[in-house]
Design a protein around this ligand. Sequence first.
Ligand code: CU
Length: 170
Amino acid sequence: MRTTDPRSLAGETLVFALALLLAPLAAFAHGDEHKGPRKTQPMVETDFGRTGAPKKATRTVRIDMSDRMRFTPDALEIRQGATVRFIVKNSGKTMHEMVIGTLQELQDHAEVMKKHPAMEHDEPFMAHVAPGKTEEIVWQFTKPGEFYFGCLIPGHFEAGMVGKIKVVSK
Ligand SMILES: [Cu+2]
């Protein structure tokens, strides 16, 4: 004997099915809401160092980028093992970026950018900085050697928007 109206039973079944469907979405949304702005960068290990922990920064370096296609300063000497907080300012009127890497990597990347100008990466060793804005990179230089930083906006690297980082062994 049935006491429930079949229509309401169908309704309940539907609600249950919806709840099942939505549960993972709700979990996802919940996990997402704690993220907020990215506080910790993904850990990346490269030939020119690795993601630095902001709390362990041992040195702060201010870098200015201008429409003259120059970084100021454009030569740095850093002690191996140092974690550097770069405060990167764009004092120009066009977009600029600071990307750290080996010379080969920067050259290759600049070539790709020429073909795909809209391509955007986000890695812990780069900062895309809008006109008038300031962004930060925290990077640990784990290996000695000669490295570079460049702006890979098409044409900028070729115009000389590149700087040198010499990492000296401890
Ligand atoms: Cu630039």
